[in-house]
Write a new protein. Structure first.
Length: 142
């Protein structure tokens, strides 16, 4: 089950079923099944508070993932700052929706065990995001 929750912001995903199907297919690539994933869309203020409280970081970020997965069943809470996603879309000269999809799948990839701590891992993560985004395009064309 995938839940999409807005916390203190006015934000909604219009194509939730399509996104959920895409995320399930992406998880399957890594031999994982989705248990319960909560995508929590929030403001910079909320994500900064989470970053301070749980990670001892005093900066904004686009996403924070809390992993509750057990073996092949992935579960977690994924906080996404819509404010930061909007800024990043402008910074990277891309559409908000494209950047938003990249961030959503980035959190899912973390739950499947993918990391991005080192430069090599970051390059691999970007390639995996790109592959997943291609899957989304194919899902949208079905």
């Amino acid at each position: 089950m995938i839940n999409y929750i807005s916390e203190n912001i006015n934000f909604q995903i219009n194509n939730q079923n399509e996104i959920s199907l895409w995320l399930q297919r992406t998880a399957a690539v890594y031999q994982k099944k989705i248990g319960t994933i909560n995508y929590i869309f929030c403001s910079d203020k909320i994500i900064l508070n989470i970053n301070n409280q749980y990670l001892n970081h005093n900066f904004y970020t686009d996403i924070i993932t809390f992993d509750y997965s057990i073996e092949t069943i992935i579960s977690g809470d994924i906080y996404i700052s819509i404010d930061t996603v909007k800024r990043n879309a402008q910074c990277y000269h891309t559409q908000f929706e494209d950047e938003f999809h990249r961030v959503i799948v980035h959190g899912l990839l973390h739950l499947t065990g993918q990391n991005d701590k080192t430069k090599i891992e970051q390059t691999q993560m970007t390639a995996k995001e790109n592959a997943a985004l291609e899957m989304l395009k194919n899902t949208q064309n079905e």
